[in-house]
Structure formats: C-alpha cells, structure tokens
Design a protein. Structure first.
Length: 271
C-alpha cells in the first residue's frame, strides 16, 4: 500500500488562511478607526460655543482660556478633542479646580451638538487665615470647609474672625491649603459664632500643635478650650461659668482668661 504525506501542504494552507483572516481583521479595524476619526472631525459635532456661568471673582475669559486649552488638539493625534461626544469633561473639571482654588465646584455639560456650558460655584469667605503665628504676613480667605483659597486685602476694620494655626496642602490644588479638617472647622466656627455677641466679639482664634484653642475677645478676654471637645459642651461650660460666683460680681472684661480644658474644673485669672 502506497502512502502520501500531505501534512506540510495542510500546514501551509492553514497559515495562509490565518494570514488572510488577520489581514481582513486589520483592514476592518483600520476602516473603523478611519471612519471614527473622520466622524470625530465632522463639523456638525465640533464644539464651537462655550458658555461660562457663575464666575464672579475669577474672570470668565480666564476660565474660557483654560477650557479651550483642554479642547485643543486630538487624542492620539487621531480623534478630535472638541467633539461633543469625546470632549474631556473630567479634564476640564480637574484643570479648573486645580488652577483656580476660588472655585468650589465645576459642572460641565453639553448644550447641543456644538456647545457646552461650564457652571462654576465660587467659595464664599467665612473667615481669614493669617498663618501659623502672629506677624507672618498677609491673611487669606477661608471658606466654610476650612479651605484657604485666596489672599485677602488689608481691611480698614475687622470684617472676619482671624484664625491662626498650621494649614496643610489639599489634594485639590497646590495653591490651596486646608486649615484643620472640614469637620473640625465647621464645629469650631459654629462655636465662635455662638460665643460672639454684638457687645463682645471674638476677633482672633489660635490653634496650637496640641489642639489647644484660644479665642481672643475685643475686651482682651481670652477663652481657652480644647479642639477635641464637643462645641456644645464647651458652650454649656462657658455659660455655666458666667453664672458661677467668681463671675457674679465681675464683668467678663475683668478677667484675663477662662480655661475650660479640664472638664468640670474651671480655671480663671482676674486682670
């Protein structure tokens, strides 16, 4: 019986079929990419109008420049970045928040096939942060979350409570700082608001490295307490102290300080 070995011919045919199949897939992919690239550059899908909403202290033209920079160029030198379906929404958000710490939030959304709207919310000043100690230089605005975000002018009369203490960088922006944590600042600012009266306002608050807080009143009275204590407890002990015997025959202006750091034991010093 005669035998013919055709295995080598079959291998060659299989290789040719695989090569043709791969070539076909490559051609399809090239066609898809080419078509998608052409579609991304179609004029009726390109962003030609940008609306800026909510800008006050940051110029709309400045925000516009940043947005246009994010929209310029192409992805991988192929797909248009200003295509309404491909534009870098998150990139615009992150760039604006990083470059302009005055902005608290940014919302970017499409208006139609040729326009986007950029809505910004700016931070509102709650207080001033004046560095880690007296005489360190100019003060900066602090918002309700304790974010130090912009240098403040020199005011002829005090408009905000001044806070002193260490502030650290935030992950949002290299030009913004965080004074305390948001929760700590919320609690502390609320307590200072409660302690302040029209007749005797708190003008300066210092927080040291161990969390001791000193609130300086306009009549040169100092209230000392711990940052770790609940604001409601501090306020209650303060009010009870004012009703105690040492304070009944004196006004608060007669005292140099009242120390609330030791629970039910209150320490004070007359001037």
């Amino acid at each position: 019986m005669a035998r013919v070995d055709i295995s080598s011919g079959l291998r060659i045919r299989r290789r040719r079929r695989r090569a043709w199949a791969l070539a076909g897939v490559a051609l399809v992919l090239i066609g898809l990419v080419t078509g998608a690239a052409a579609f991304s550059h179609a004029p009726f899908l390109r962003i030609t109008r940008i609306e800026i909403v909510g800008a006050q202290t940051v110029a709309s033209s400045t925000i516009m420049d940043t947005v246009q920079q994010q929209l310029s160029g192409s992805y991988f030198f192929i797909f248009a970045r200003d295509n309404i379906f491909l534009y870098p929404k998150r990139g615009i958000d992150n760039a604006l928040l990083f470059l302009y710490p005055q902005l608290k939030s940014v919302d970017v959304h499409a208006g139609d096939f040729n326009s986007i709207a950029v809505s910004v919310v700016e931070r509102a000043p709650k207080a001033l942060w004046c560095g880690s100690g007296p005489g360190v230089g100019a003060c900066s605005y602090v918002d309700e979350d304790g974010v130090v975000y912009a240098q403040a002018p020199d005011f002829n009369m005090p408009l905000y409570v001044e806070y002193l203490g260490v502030a650290t960088g935030t992950p949002v922006s290299d030009s913004a700082l965080q004074f305390l944590t948001s929760e700590q600042f919320h609690s502390l600012a609320a307590l200072i608001d409660a302690l302040t009266t029209p007749e005797n306002q708190v003008h300066t608050v210092t927080v040291d490295d161990v969390g001791d807080v000193r609130a300086y009143f306009q009549n040169n009275f100092i209230l000392i307490f711990s940052l770790g204590d609940e604001g409601g407890d501090i306020y209650e002990r303060y009010k009870l102290a004012l009703q105690s015997d040492p304070f009944k025959n004196h006004t608060i202006a007669d005292f140099e300080y009242l120390d609330l750091r030791f629970g039910d034991k209150l320490y004070y010093k007359l001037k």
